[in-house]
Ligand binder design. Sequence first.
Ligand code: COI
Length: 355
Amino acid sequence: MLDIKIEKTKTPKEIPSADNPLKFGTIFTDHMFVMKYETGKGWHDPKVVPYEPISLEPSAMVFHYGQEMFEGLKAYKTEDGRTLLFRPNKNIERANKTNRRICIPEIPEEDFLQAIKAVVKVDEAWIPTKPGTSLYIRPFVIATDPFLGVRPSDTYLFMVILSPVGAYYPEGLNPVKIWIEDEYVRAVKGGIGEAKTGGNYVASLRSQVKAHDEGYSQVLWLDGVERKYIEEVGAMNIFFKIAGTVITPALNGSILPGVTRDSVITLCKEWGIPTEERRISIDEIFEASQNGTLEEVFGTGTAAVISPVGTLRWEQHIMQVQDGGIGLISQKLYDTITGIQLGKLKDNHNWTVTV
Ligand code: COI
């Protein structure tokens, strides 16, 4: 159990009004959680302090070699005033998996959850309540040793910041256009693709710019070896419904194990929909699109929730899905997951945790 000091701001900011569109990731609350680590001393000095810039040496290792872990989860306000987190333990488990992969010391799971709850509690009034909004929680760890050699740092900062958000994509629940990348790759097996760390996201920027220039909002990655099998979108995992079966790429070491991905698989199976986690090639998708069996495509993620895909571009081929509309399963998944998150639907799986 952490002994968290709480220092409240003396200059609270104005909480955005209900008509603020809450553009994703642009507004930050009044407070943040901070805890330090030092080899020999462990994690120490946990506190909630006013949100403000931090000071680091220009030589801090995170700036040079990217030793950092981040997570993303959300808090919701129920109609009866409770604050709920959605499956925080899955994020915490994954955070420590990332930490192990990139040699950051693990954070005890109960301390991690306590840290999240503490800062969310202090800034509870910032949780927006308009449909489609929530409080995005961004825990992260950075390496802070002032050192230019390559080795794991001996000192770290663990922080949790909060941001009231609307939809991740400007399209909202309207279908997005996706560019299937055939030039660059995101990750390979044995690399860091399944870890939630900045390196995977910077690897995606070149392609994202290229896709944006062509009018596509996201990039879908193929495997880094054969450039043949579907992996993920970077900000989302991906699902296809082909001839009645829901299919998503199996976790293979280079795909992020998404929390929403796991929830979607659980729900689809429960609803009696044939659901498969397996290798799926771009040829199979193209063939399904040609013969009319590609019924739905959607992305899943904490930030994106469920994001229907209306167009896929692969090499010279443009595949239209659902005539650009929202598929039945995509809509049902969105309604069910957000219904559970907001405490409106029965939470049969104990996915929500009260703050
Ligand atoms: C999330 O969905 O929480 C993510 O971390 C994706 C991020 C690129 C916004």
